[in-house]
Design a protein around this ligand. Sequence first.
Ligand code: GSH
Length: 257
Amino acid sequence: MLRQSAAGLMLIAAAIGAPQMAQAESKTTQMEAMPMPDLTIYHLEGRRSERIVWLMEELEMPYKLEYVRGDLMASMAKVRGLGHEMAMVPTVVIDDHILVESGAIIDTILTRYAPGKLAPARDSEFYPEHVMWMHYAEGSLAARLFSDYRAWRTNPPTERSRFVDSEAVVQYSENYLAKHPWFGGAEFSAADIMMLFPLNVATGLNLVDKEKFPNIAAWKVKIEARPAYKRMLAAARPDGMIGNLPPVTQHPPSERK
Ligand SMILES: N[C@@H](CCC(=O)N[C@@H](CS)C(=O)NCC(=O)O)C(=O)O
């Protein structure tokens, strides 16, 4: 199969005097940012909506934050007040669109309004892994954590599941951080923003023993030192965590030494 890079095609186009071809190529390779419309984040303190606040702080872009400080029920009532069928946080209103799903919201904001930011270049070796962690955060990690949490709160199992469980999904994250400083690979990316909430859930709800995951612990220290993360905390969690779920009293049994 004949493969040709975009830069190579543009050089050929210029050499054969085909300016239209060069222009057409540049449109597909250089995505321009669309102007940022009004953006409102419906929020619950300490929950996934912090991802969007943190993203906007990293991008230094304006946003409006809707929640009732110290009152999760009242904040949820604000979300329901939108009349949207799926009352979840984050809910984000961009122009006339009401969006749920934090990963999709982040993808939309970056692709449309901040192309090239908080993601490795598309031709970087790290791009596929960045995309994988963007999806892994909710698709495999959070899903396993919350299903284990429900099982352990209602009917604690007597033996370790033979399916992929909380410890396995956290261990995979730990192993990646043994070789890379960030879930974006060499640089901090939106994948790190996606991964923090479930990794905090894993240890906060006692689903895994945090002593077993030193790379994740060191990564969290770097995250917490980021000025944009601190600004997010000041705006979105001014009184610390509230309404915590009770942790499980005992870790799911482990085969790891
Ligand atoms: N996969 C969704 C999950 C959203 C979600 O479950 N959010 C929780 C808060 S962290 C929520 O809305 N809980 C309220 C409820 O389920 O009633 C995302 O990433 O946005």
